[in-house]
Design a protein around this ligand. Structure first.
Ligand SMILES: [Zn+2]
Length: 284
């Protein structure tokens, strides 16, 4: 399958036969699993925003890896349009699993199906940063690594919840860390990657802020928090140049995490505070 002249070719799992899959060097094959739910993203962005970005960024990361780590094989699994997002299920367009535990079961099942045939490496690409959803992913990672000779990583939340975005981003004069849902960051991303899917009404949307990880909001839905249009942040400020920068941050996070994984480096961890909050959350 490996061909040095085909660096831009993405190997897609769904297009392979079992014979071709079996022929991969098990120790040198890295699977990418894009997984993000359909979820309302304000009145101006498509419900597939997280899904599209995590899939596209994994495609780009694989293109780079095909060149930088050409002795390895990178395979993209079909993007899985699921996740736990009960938070904003009071809007049509959000499709949430009924329990965050199901996220764990799905990721575990996919990993286990690969591990049973000797595969070792799995990069989980999600753009949905709700801690209940991430808890499912992290529980699955832990279970897979303890049960099988497998190494997994979920790179984006580690970067997202660190202060690296704010430290590295172009100076803007406002705090982008509050742009948590369909706000400046995601609207910029979509203005860059899918401009034709961004409704022009984004220019007139007023800024609105809420801390969605505060204990005070547990059990509440978006409309209970006064988020009547389903976004948190300031979409009107969207800038496709920032979108390009942000998209490339994601690509680099995926790519670097994959390199660390195959080089045997311990994956970077979530900040302690985030881990503690996640741990304290009950399965919902
Ligand atoms: Zn999103």
């Amino acid at each position: 399958m490996k061909n040095k002249n085909m660096n831009n070719k993405i190997i897609k799992f769904e297009e392979l036969s079992w014979k071709q899959i079996d022929a991969f060097d098990k120790d040198k094959t890295v699977f990418f699993l894009p997984i993000s739910p359909m979820e309302e993203h304000g009145p101006h962005l498509p419900v597939g925003t997280d899904f599209l970005i995590s899939r596209d960024a994994s495609t780009e990361a694989i293109k780079h890896l095909n060149i930088e780590k050409s002795d390895y094989c990178f395979v993209q699994l079909p993007a899985v349009p699921i996740g736990y997002c009960k938070f904003n299920s009071d809007f049509p367009g959000t499709i949430s699993l009924s329990s965050s535990k199901t996220v764990k079961d799905i990721v575990f099942s996919i990993g286990e199906s690969l591990a049973c045939h000797g595969f070792k490496y799995l990069v989980i690409c999600t753009y949905h940063m709700a801690l209940t959803h991430l808890k499912g992913i992290y529980k699955a990672i832990k279970k897979l690594e303890s049960k099988y000779d497998m190494k997994l990583v979920e790179p984006w939340s580690v970067y997202f919840y660190s202060d690296q975005i704010e430290k590295n981003e172009p100076k803007l004069g406002f705090d982008t860390s509050k742009e948590v849902h369909a706000g400046f960051r995601e609207t910029s991303l979509m203005k860059y990657q899918y401009p034709y899917l961004v409704d022009e009404s984004y220019k007139d949307l007023q800024s609105i802020y809420r801390d969605l990880n505060s204990p005070k909001v547990i059990g509440k839905k978006f409309k209970d928090l006064g988020l009547k249009d389903g976004y948190v942040g300031s979409p009107a400020r969207a800038d496709p140049d920032y979108g390009r920068w942000f998209f490339n941050q994601t690509v680099n996070a995926y790519k670097n995490a994959a390199i660390d994984l195959i080089d045997g480096k311990k994956p970077k961890e979530l900040p302690r505070k985030v881990k503690q909050t996640m741990k304290a959350l009950f399965w919902q």
